[in-house]
Write a protein that binds this ligand. Structure first.
Ligand code: GDP
Ligand code: MG
Length: 380
């Protein structure tokens, strides 16, 4: 029999915690005999005595546990909970669930079913078909939640993962063990994004089940929206391989120009040769930066020979972009003409510059990113 432990972080959930625990243990009676369900409440010393309510319920529910922590934010509560539960209960799966009745325990069997089918990390998604956010949310809250998830999805180039921020999940213990060192410094709500990001980078099999999110009826939300938005965007910006790859590409472009200029004006090397050298320097820079920064979670292994092989591939992929540039430019010139555009009658700009920007943004960047992920920094 495998053990699943539902971790419920609480801060002032006195009005919600008892009905929630009762509902979870009702569901526990209906799940198949392969699973044994426990509940661990991680209470940050709530002044409203949430902890005491849980303590009083333990005699009635032997599979209920209470962990008490200081008030240090949601992320810290979860990491403390994970560690304690892994040491004391040897779970196979850990659940995250809000304790304000926003997450329906009836969904637990659906999560376990996905685990049994081979998932390592099951996300309860409000944005998958069949899931929902509350109808009565104000338009501002709807726009905020939808766009935040969309931006994270695109920032990480993982469009098939529809939900990053919600905390109803089932996660196999090995993943938590593996990513704990990377996530334990995220004390706030951004912890949820960091946990999923690290699980993906650990090659966890991710699945989603649709959920209906219900607004809390008792108590108040503890989220600090402003801090949350800032931390989330900062996290995506500093951890997205795609954004790093774009930054590296841009710096590589500047390096190419600088060296070409240097070679031509100071070393008086012929222009064609100078540009060939500068391009190769930029290519070497891009290769190293992508390997040790953008795609460092999939760094090349296997010594000098493996590096050399991948570096040659890298040059082949880069040659591909030169061909795309050439064909793209020829097609653009033929379609739109070799002419000057007057933008709002303020500045005039040569057509080829506009075409080049579009070719780089919509063809070269996606092409190279796709090829790097498929040929050079493959998931192992
Ligand atoms: N232990 C603990 N739980 C927290 C803390 N902050 C939030 N929670 C719990 O995390 C869950 C989600 O928080 P909530 O305030 O409902 O956030 P919202 O749903 O995003 O508005 C609830 O069960 C909270 O009680 C904290 O600092 N410590
Ligand atoms: Mg809530």
């Amino acid at each position: 029999m495998r053990r699943a432990v539902v971790i419920l972080p609480t801060y002032n959930e006195a009005a919600n915690i008892q009905p929630l625990i009762e509902r979870i243990f009702q569901v526990a009676q209906t799940i198949n005999a392969r699973w044994e369900l426990h509940v661990a409440v991680v209470d940050s010393d709530s002044p409203d005595k949430t902890g005491q309510i849980v303590k009083d319920l333990i005699s009635q529910y032997p599979k209920l546990h209470l962990i008490t922590t200081k008030k240090e934010g949601l992320g810290k509560a979860y990491t403390t909970g994970f560690k304690t539960v892994m040491e004391t209960l040897q779970p196979y799966v850990l659940f995250e669930m809000d304790a304000d009745l926003s997450h329906d325990p009836q969904k637990i069997p659906a999560f376990l079913q996905e685990i049994e089918k081979g998932a390592d990390f099951v996300i309860g998604s409000r944005y998958r078909r069949g899931g929902s956010i509350p109808k009565d949310w104000g338009i501002d809250r709807k726009i905020f939640s939808i766009s935040a998830n969309l931006i994270i999805r695109l920032g990480f180039m993982k469009p098939h993962i529809t939900e990053w921020t919600n905390g109803y999940r089932a996660i196999k213990t090995w993943i938590i063990k593996k990513v704990l060192p990377q996530i334990q410094n995220y004390s706030g709500y951004v912890f949820q994004v960091a946990l999923l990001d690290n699980a993906i980078k650990s090659l966890a099999v991710i699945r989603e089940v649709p959920i209906h999110f219900v607004d809390r009826k008792n108590g108040v939300s503890k989220i600090n929206s402003f801090q949350y938005i800032v931390q989330t965007f900062f996290y995506v910006f500093t951890h997205s391989p795609f954004i790093k790859y774009v930054i590296v590409g841009f710096i590589g472009f500047v390096i190419d120009f600088l060296f070409a200029y240097l070679f031509i004006h100071f070393l008086h090397i012929a222009k064609v040769l100078a540009n060939t050298f500068s391009a190769e320097i930029a290519i070497i820079f891009n290769f190293l930066m992508n390997n040790f920064w953008s795609f460092k979670h999939k760094k090349i292994v296997g010594g000098m020979f493996a590096y050399l092989k991948k570096f040659i591939f890298f040059n082949v992929v880069t040659s591909g972009s030169i061909i795309i540039q050439a064909v793209g430019m020829a097609v653009s010139l033929a379609l739109f003409g070799d002419r000057v555009y007057n933008l709002l009658n303020i500045i005039s700009i040569q057509g080829w510059i506009i075409y080049k920007v579009f070719i780089i943004a919509f063809l070269i960047i996606p092409y190279s990113y796709f090829m790097y992920n498929k040929m050079i920094w493959k998931e192992k």
